[in-house]
Design a protein. Structure first.
Length: 322
């Protein structure tokens, strides 16, 4: 069945080295930007599609700057302070590396590329996320911690939450400042109030290993991917997930809600490094793609496109939601 569903990418971009991570900017004011993390380089560019500008021949990729990175990247995140509409331009993002350190990059896309190092983790960092106001960064690691970093003044770890297993995913509530979600490998998902430093609630997937979790457009909705099982939660009903079904029979790797429709998600798993775009309500697989090597998964903020790293390529699929 999955053979018949396999769809080639709508567009491809080639690179000279392996793509380890890729992220579109999730912010409306910088949604054209894309961050591509290669083995020892970070490429910042813009991607535009014909849907935005009829003068474009399907897709237009414009690399803006390339920054050397000392170690293999594990995770990247965009700062909400990034903007190309100010003078001088401001591009801010972070990269978690294989040396257990986080590098905070600042560039004006001209003659200034600076970075600062955050160094407090003792094992691989699996996810990083900027607080919506840009004052804090949060990270989770195989060292069983979630760390909150002050990136405005002190540039150091100000809060450490001790977990019961490796931290796999972390993200902020879009509407309520200071609310944080942390997902652990053992299947536990916890919500914290950063201001009070208190745990608010927890969900138990009942399945492990959990590899990925995320808040939706509606922040009452949460998805998690554990052992290939997709669980869809409404946090106002804590007892059981609203939906639970198998997405990847040999285990899942990552899952992300579409920013355009909260019943659509993209996931990658095994066998065969399969990308699936799925409608949660109907359980219908809208698209299935195949990759040789997995190098990240990211949605375009305003258009129905999904992008994955695939060895030395970026693959883009146009998604038909209907």
């Amino acid at each position: 069945m999955e053979e018949t569903l396999a769809t080639p990418p709508t567009f491809k971009l080639n690179f000279s080295d392996q793509v380890h991570c890729v992220e579109f900017s999730p912010f409306e004011w910088s949604h054209h930007l894309i961050c591509i993390a290669l083995t020892h380089e970070i490429v910042i560019g813009t991607v535009k599609f014909q849907e935005e500008d009829e003068a474009i021949d399907e897709i237009a990729y414009n690399p803006l700057t390339t920054i050397h990175h000392d170690t293999r990247p594990h995770a990247i995140a965009w700062s909400p302070e990034t903007s190309l509409s100010v003078i001088p331009k401001v591009v801010k993002f972070c990269v978690a590396g294989a040396d257990f350190k986080i590098r905070l990059y600042t560039s004006n896309l001209d003659n200034k590329n600076n970075y600062e190092i955050l160094d407090n983790h003792r094992d691989y960092i699996n996810a990083v996320s900027y607080e919506p106001e840009g004052e804090y960064l949060v990270s989770v690691s195989d060292d069983h911690t979630c760390k909150l970093w002050d990136i405005k003044e002190e540039h150091k770890c100000v809060i450490t939450y001790y977990l019961t297993s490796p931290g796999m995913s972390v993200c902020w509530h879009n509407e309520k400042p200071g609310k944080l979600m942390v997902a652990e490998k053992n299947g536990i998902i916890r919500m914290y109030n950063v201001k009070s430093q208190q745990a608010l609630m927890s969900l138990d997937s009942g399945v492990a290993p959990l590899t990925s979790a995320e808040w939706g457009i509606d922040p009452m909705k949460i998805i998690s991917l554990a052992a290939g099982e997709l669980l869809f939660w409404d946090v106002t009903r804590l007892s059981q997930p609203l939906e639970s079904f198998t997405l990847h029979i040999d285990g899942g790797k990552m899952v992300k809600f579409s920013p355009l429709q909260d019943n659509i998600l993209a996931s990658i798993g095994q066998p065969d490094n399969l990308l699936k775009v799925t409608n949660i309500k109907s359980k219908q697989v809208l698209l299935c793609g195949r990759m040789s090597l997995i190098g990240g998964l990211t949605w375009h903020q305003k258009l129905p496109f999904i992008c994955t790293g695939n060895n030395r390529e970026l693959n883009f699929w146009r998604i038909n939601f209907h």
